[in-house]
Design a protein around this ligand. Structure first.
Ligand SMILES: *Cc1c(COP(=O)(O)O)cnc(C)c1O
Length: 359
């Protein structure tokens, strides 16, 4: 069982459209299908959307537009390293805050402890697609909120619409994510001024006249990726429903049949798309997390020790940073595969793998 299995459309579903792109040479530069995908995504998210060639370039553009001026950005360490990289690439300094064990997302109390006069932004993350729901009173605070919602396209938060939890958020459409354009991503925000800057950053910082006021990049999505995205959207509602149900069945089977493997569930009221299903290996299970991981792989289940805390990676290593919840949970977490349609046999294979190890 592979760690992810996001189905892609058949070539025949978009070959004539793509063939026309090749004939006319309109393969990139914000052409027809990228604009159509942006419109379709905008209708789903209920805010304007700008597509990018990856989630990471969308994230970096969002941080560039945030005007960090060398200041600090509070973000979790319990995330993919891309979160911190985007801050650094935009000239900021990531300051890691701890997570809440109930949500796996930024702990508001620890964020408040880490605010200084140098704080320019708070960058929350939706780990595994679990939505970070910032305290309501932060919406009108002095520090702008941004969200790396890379794995969360398809999730539904409890208190907010998905793309209205801060000034802006980004999504990834990488092949490993539930909704995929192979490579791709987007920035979503209803702040028109901010989106104007994002649009310029996406094309080397150029404005309509070709003049340049700020640093930019080439963040443009290609037409073929947009076509894959549009065809993905045709079946998305159906697939998302089945994916959420698959994760529910997997959690139920683990809870029923495997004591001391704690399957994480999203906070009450949230619907999570589950890019992966995190489980925690409790000490009572009697086998170390590393042995469990190897045991799963030996039995054909590709699982990962994910997330690995960013402040434990060589580039970000800082022994003075203490994040007790992040460190405790990251030491016992395993990210299990979730597919849009998991068969009972696949769920049974995972359950059996755990049970065999426990003997
Ligand atoms: C996937 C992911 C990214 C990077 O997205 P790409 O589309 O692969 O560039 C960044 N942050 C988080 C939290 C992610 O899960």
């Amino acid at each position: 069982m592979k760690i992810t299995r996001t189905p892609l459309p058949r070539l025949g579903a978009f070959s004539s459209d793509f063939s026309r792109c090749l004939d006319t040479g309109e393969v990139t530069n914000n052409s027809t299908h990228v604009r159509a995908l942006e419109e379709a995504l905008g209708r789903i998210l209920d805010v304007p959307v700008l597509c990018f060639n990856s989630g990471q370039s969308a994230l970096t553009a969002m941080m560039l537009a945030a005007d960090l001026e060398g200041g600090e950005v509070i973000c979790p360490s319990f995330t993919f390293v891309g979160t911190a990289h985007a801050v650094v690439m935009a000239g900021g300094k990531p300051v890691f805050a701890d997570i809440d064990p109930i949500t796996l997302c930024l702990d508001p109390d620890d964020v408040e402890r880490k605010v200084t006069s140098k704080t320019r932004a708070i960058l929350g993350v939706d780990p595994y697609g679990v939505c970070w729901e910032p305290p309501k009173h932060w919406q009108n605070g002095d520090i702008p909120l941004y969200i790396d919602a890379a794995p969360a396209f398809g999730s539904t938060p409890c208190l907010y619409p998905l793309a209205k939890r801060g000034r802006a958020c980004i999504f990834s459409f990488h092949q490993s994510k539930p909704f995929s354009t192979m490579e791709g991503g987007c920035v979503a925000s209803d702040d028109a001024e901010f989106m104007k800057r994002i649009a310029q950053i996406r094309v080397f910082g150029q404005d309509e006249t070709g003049d340049v006021h700020a640093l930019g990049m080439n963040g443009k999505m290609c037409e073929v990726n947009a076509l894959v995205g549009l065809r993905q959207l045709d079946t998305w509602q159906y697939r998302a429903t089945h994916r959420i149900e698959s994760a529910l069945r997997l959690r139920h089977a683990l809870r029923t049949h495997v004591p001391h493997i704690r399957a994480f569930h999203a906070p009450l009221g949230q619907e999570c798309i589950w890019t992966y299903q995190p489980v925690f290996v409790e000490p009572e299970f009697g086998v170390s997390r590393e042995t469990v991981l190897q045991g799963l792989r030996d039995r054909g289940v590709m699982a990962r020790a994910y997330y690995r805390p960013v402040h434990h990676l060589a580039m970000y290593l800082d022994p003075s940073v203490k994040l007790p919840v992040t460190e405790r949970l990251a030491a016992s977490v395993i990210a299990l595969p979730v597919y849009d349609e998991m068969t009972d046999a696949e769920i049974q294979q995972i359950v059996n793998a755990f049970r065999e190890m426990q003997k």
